[in-house]
Design a protein around this ligand. Structure first.
Ligand code: DSN
Length: 450
């Protein structure tokens, strides 16, 4: 018998991938199966989550993952790049098409990495950033003191209005004039109203600052036109690619400012080229090319009518869920939403109820959400007064207004039924828990993962 294995086709090779996992590592295989069942049988309402297609998963799990290189297509540091170069060129071209951008960098490993690249490209240690505070709905990578940005730069935060919980652009302008930041960051992780990118650019222009828009949460809506675009307003737009429904990863986009110049070591170079060089060798090493391939697959999907229509439906569903909760007596911040998420002040719903209790008791009942500190929250991050709910996944699975009403009732039954013991401890009757859980399972059974 020959010692050599017969070469099999790419089709057979890739089709055998999951079987190989089952044979070689039953423990991880079983945990993946259990995660699949969890997703199928419980309601996914985390605003930062989405569900990629099987085609995206296939690209992620392909042999492209084995390719090591550095640099960009046409200027790599390793041989054998002819196919991965084409993959990256296609991914960048599709990203530009879907966002209407002039430049796309598909290499950032995450949204946070994309922000780190932009900050590193623009700022020297000690330079000033003005951004929305984490406790106001901002993101940790926008210069929070626990992040790299907070460590190396002088960061001041702007706030939402204390009464309306909406951004006050006049106050932000006054603050910018006084603080004189080199970079203003807009975009949020927990903010349910439209962000006025035009107004942010006017403020940035007035104080001579660059503007970075991190649209991670609303990227799908921006693609579809369900939220105004930042691409030609901000100097740089960043996003994670999983929130709008693609693979994990990040993206840097530029619109009309892509070829304006910046002085680097005494030489004027185009901004896009500076971003390229800061990505590699500045911040990241080898790109995850399987992930770049998966991004390309996802960007193609976003060009479809189905994807675009779904983004409007996501907003419609968020508005329905928010309206139902308000009718049931919940304090939804800003009384509603313009996007895919809503923030609910559960502490105002029932004496003693906190975000952490609400999150945990809902999870016991099969409803997966995350607690959220609200602007001006008096509770700690570990306890919080709020919940953040989002509709991308339930919408992807085909749910509509009728199901949003059912979800609001299920949430309400759980939050009314929970027995509060301390600000983080609770109990829930087993009969109530299993009754809600069964109804959740039945609902999810009618709208399985697509
Ligand atoms: N940015 C975090 C969130 O919004 O939950 C993780 O994506």
């Amino acid at each position: 018998m020959s010692d050599f294995l017969e070469q099999i086709s790419s089709q057979e090779y890739h089709e055998s991938v999951f079987d190989a996992l089952r044979e070689q590592d039953g423990q991880i295989y079983d945990l993946i199966i259990r995660e699949y069942e969890r997703l199928q049988n419980t309601l996914q309402l985390i605003a930062a989550e989405n569900q990629c297609s099987r085609a995206v998963l296939a690209a992620l799990g392909s042999i492209v993952q084995n390719k090591t290189t550095e640099g960009f297509p046409g200027a790599r540091y390793h041989g054998g790049c002819e196919f991965v170069d084409d993959i990256e060129i296609l991914a960048a071209a599709r990203a530009k098409e879907t966002f209407g951008a002039q430049y796309a960098n598909v290499q950032p490993h995450s949204g946070t990495a994309a922000n780190q690249i932009v900050l590193t490209a623009l700022l020297e240690a000690g330079d000033k950033i003005l951004s929305l505070g984490l406790d106001q709905g901002g993101h940790v990578s926008h210069g929070d003191r626990v992040s790299f940005g907070g460590k190396f730069f002088e960061v001041q935060n702007y706030y939402v209005n204390r009464d309306t919980f909406v951004l006050d652009y006049n106050a932000i302008r006054d603050q910018a004039i006084e603080f004189k930041p080199k970079l203003i960051i807009c975009g949020a992780s927990a903010y349910s109203r439209v962000i006025d990118f035009k107004e942010f650019r006017r403020i940035a222009n007035q104080v001579g600052a660059y503007l970075l828009a991190d649209i991670s949460h609303i990227a799908g809506l921006v693609i579809a036109g369900a939220h105004p675009s930042s691409i030609d307003e901000a100097h740089f737009t960043t996003t994670s690619t999983y929130k709008p429904g693609g693979p994990r990863g990040g993206l840097i986009l530029m619109g009309r400012d892509y070829d304006s110049t910046i002085s680097v070591s005494g030489k004027q170079i185009p901004l896009w080229k500076h971003i390229q060089r800061t990505t590699f060798p500045g911040v990241q090493g080898t790109p995850y090319l399987n992930n770049v391939a998966a991004k390309a697959v996802f960007f193609k999907e976003t060009l479809s009518e189905e994807y675009r229509a779904r983004q409007f439906k996501i907003v419609e569903n968020a508005q329905s869920l928010s309206d139902c909760l308000v009718k049931l007596g919940y304090d939804v911040l800003t009384s509603g939403t313009d996007n895919h998420m809503m923030l609910v002040n559960v502490a105002n719903f029932r004496e003693g109820l906190t975000g952490v209790i609400a999150q945990k008791c809902l999870e016991d009942c099969g409803i997966v959400v995350n607690m959220n500190r609200l602007p001006y929250d008096t509770k700690s991050m570990a306890v919080a007064s709020g919940l953040r709910l989002g509709t991308p996944i339930v919408t992807k699975n085909g749910m509509g207004a009728e199901q949003m009403q059912t979800i609001s009732e299920l949430i309400d039954e759980a939050l009314n039924g929970v027995k509060i013991e301390t600000n983080s401890q609770y109990s829930i009757d087993e009969s109530l828990r299993s009754e809600i859980r069964n109804r959740v399972k039945q609902l999810c059974g009618r709208f399985p993962m697509r």
